[in-house]
Each structure stands twice: as structure tokens, then as C-alpha cells.
Design a protein around this ligand. Structure first.
Ligand SMILES: C[S@@+](CC[C@H](N)C(=O)[O-])C[C@H]1O[C@@H](n2cnc3c(N)ncnc32)[C@H](O)[C@@H]1O
Length: 311
């Protein structure tokens, strides 16, 4: 069974000591509670794993067992990225992350044999999808201890050592290891120095590899630097224009930069559910004019960019 403290191999120079330091109640006061919730999952045996739109573990279990699984997983609330299904238990997450994956799946193509880095991976949902597309291994990093433990709980069903979620921040990574495909989705606008983040993405991409950058954007010519909150979030520093992102990617060295997709986020894609009962997108939009956030900024639009590292 995959162990919480297991270390992936072939990451020379990575600060793997941080795993032990951060999976610790002195680092996060809820750590033991969350770990116990994951450890208490009454998982018997799974009959098949399907890393499809709804990432699924097929298993036959009685209602009592399903209720116990639900109770344990609900202690890991909020479930933001998914959906997942374990037996007959459907984890209807805040985000339809499968919609984001569908927008880039064709561009990504077959990932056969590729090693993938997912920066800000949440609970690792996209890692399962990359494995389905053929990736040989996915290393996800995310500073949220809760999301790391959600992944650990999910691993109780899949026990698949090809998908990792490690409690490491992107700025803590050395560039000693490079990946065939690097993903940075939903992270750029949380970074105070967005260009440096794009450069990190480039540095972590192997020669001949591809970088995917997904971010909130504005469709106006001018990037937005919110002085206060953006859609109630206090940690959004820059919502760049699509042209700005293309410029940044070219500036750091990516070639053949393309805009893969631009989509307005809807309240069907991001919403409160019984697995994420905090407020969601609908509460961040202006009641009278949903094309604006509650602060009067343009409502969330997200874009996906891809670039090639050829030098
Ligand atoms: C908006 S979520 C996006 C999750 C997922 N990539 C997606 O696209 O649905 C941003 C994630 O980035 C993580 N994050 C924030 N700062 C980070 C950093 N410095 N390094 C790596 N991940 C970070 C957060 O914990 C969060 O899970």
C-alpha cells in the first residue's frame, strides 16, 4: 500500500526532507486528524481503476462500508478537484476538472512514456488523467497539506505508485530534474512575480518537452493588477491578458506558443456541492451583471497556453 512518507525515486536534488517536515502536526495542526481520516478508510479490494472523466475505483461493497468511506472522506472537506467515484460513492467536487482536461486533451495527444510535473496539482486529479493518456509517471506538487492527504486517501483505492502529490512549493524546486510535460494550472495569478513563474515552468521542462500554462486571463488588451480582491480571492496579484501570457512564454524561451483554449468559467463548472459546501463562483459574481465579479472586475475567464522547449 502506498505510504504517506514514501519517497519517489529519480528526483536528484529535490528537497524531499520537506515531506517528513510537513506531514507533521507541528507543521499543520489538522494533520493528525486528516491522516487518521485517511487511515480509517475501510477499503477492502478494488476491482478495477478507470482514470476517466470521473476517476473511478470499481468495487463491490455493502451500504455500511460505503457509509463509512463517505464519513472518512467528508472529514477531508473541501473536495475541490475531481470528480471521483469509489464503488457507488460519487465525489461531486466543486470543480468539473474533467472539463478543463477535455479542453486540452487533444492538444496534449498521446503522453506515452512521458514524465509529467504538475505544479499546484491540488489532490492530483490531473495526474490520473495524464496516466490515462499514457504518461509513465506524474509528480504533483502542492503546498496544501489537506490536498496532499486527499491524494493519500485516493491512493487507498488505487495504490498506484505512478502518481505522486508532494507538499513542496514550486519555488523550492531545483531545476536538476526536467520533465517531458510540465503543467502549471491555476497557479500563475497566485504568484507575486508571474514572469519568474513562467521562467520556472520553462526551466523545469526538458529539451523537446512542452509546458502547459493555464490561468485566469482578461480578454482586454491590458492586464489587470487588482488592488484588492478578485472574485473574493485576496491572493490574486495579476490577471494577465492573453497576449501578455504569450509574450511572457516567448520571452523566457518557449517556442511555438499557442493559445489552446479560452473559456468563461460558468457556475456549472465551479459550484458548491455536498462535497464542497463553502461559497463558490456564483457568490463571487455581481447579482445584477454576472459578466462582472462582485468587485466590478471582468468575471473569470481562463485560458490554456502551450509552448515547446527547443533550446
Ligand atoms: C486554483 S488551484 C489549481 C489546482 C489545479 N492545478 C487545477 O488547475 O484545477 C491552485 C493550486 O496551487 C497551489 N499552489 C499555491 N501556491 C503554490 C506554489 N507556490 N507552488 C505550488 N503550488 C502552489 C494551491 O495550493 C492550489 O492547490
Amino acid at each position: 500500500m502506498v505510504d504517506l512518507y514514501a519517497l519517489p525515486t529519480q528526483l536528484p536534488g529535490w528537497p524531499l526532507h520537506l515531506i517528513k517536515e510537513r506531514f507533521n502536526s507541528s507543521y499543520h495542526g489538522d494533520f493528525e486528524r486528516w491522516r487518521n481520516a485517511a487511515e480509517s478508510l475501510p477499503v477492502t479490494s478494488t476491482e478495477g481503476c478507470v482514470y476517466d472523466d470521473t476517476v473511478t475505483a470499481e468495487m463491490a461493497c455493502d451500504q455500511k462500508t460505503l457509509d463509512a468511506i463517505e464519513l472518512s472522506l467528508k472529514q477531508l472537506h473541501p473536495w475541490r478537484k475531481g470528480p471521483f467515484r469509489f464503488g457507488d460513492l460519487h465525489i461531486n467536487t466543486e470543480w468539473r476538472s474533467d472539463w478543463k482536461w477535455q479542453r486540452m486533451r487533444q492538444t496534449l495527444g498521446n503522453l506515452s512514456g512521458q514524465r509529467v510535473l504538475d505544479i499546484g496539482c491540488g489532490n492530483g486529479y490531473f495526474g490520473w488523467r495524464a496516466l490515462q493518456a499514457g504518461a509513465s509517471e506524474v509528480i504533483g506538487i502542492d503546498p496544501s497539506i489537506l490536498f496532499c492527504i486527499q491524494h493519500y486517501a485516493i491512493q487507498k483505492f488505487f495504490n498506484d505508485e505512478r502518481n505522486w502529490v508532494l507538499p513542496i512549493k514550486v519555488q523550492e524546486l531545483p531545476i536538476s530534474v526536467q520533465f517531458d510535460l510540465t503543467l502549471s494550472m491555476g497557479v500563475l495569478y497566485h504568484r507575486r512575480d508571474p514572469v519568474q513563474h513562467v521562467r520556472q515552468l520553462f526551466d523545469l521542462t526538458a529539451m523537446g518537452g512542452r509546458g502547459i500554462l493555464e490561468t485566469l486571463v482578461v480578454t482586454d488588451a491590458e492586464s489587470l493588477y487588482p488592488s484588492g480582491r478578485y472574485a473574493r480571492m485576496s491572493n490574486v496579484w495579476c490577471v494577465p491578458s492573453t497576449n501578455q501570457v504569450v509574450d511572457w512564454m516567448q520571452q523566457v524561451g518557449f517556442n511555438q506558443v499557442q493559445i489552446v483554449d479560452v473559456t468563461t468559467t460558468t457556475v456549472d463548472e465551479q459550484r458548491s456541492t455536498e462535497w464542497m459546501h463553502f461559497g463558490s463562483l456564483s457568490g463571487c459574481l455581481d447579482d445584477q451583471d454576472p459578466s462582472k465579479t462582485i468587485e466590478g472586475h471582468p468575471a473569470p475567464v481562463r485560458a490554456i497556453f502551450m509552448g515547446l522547449r527547443s533550446s
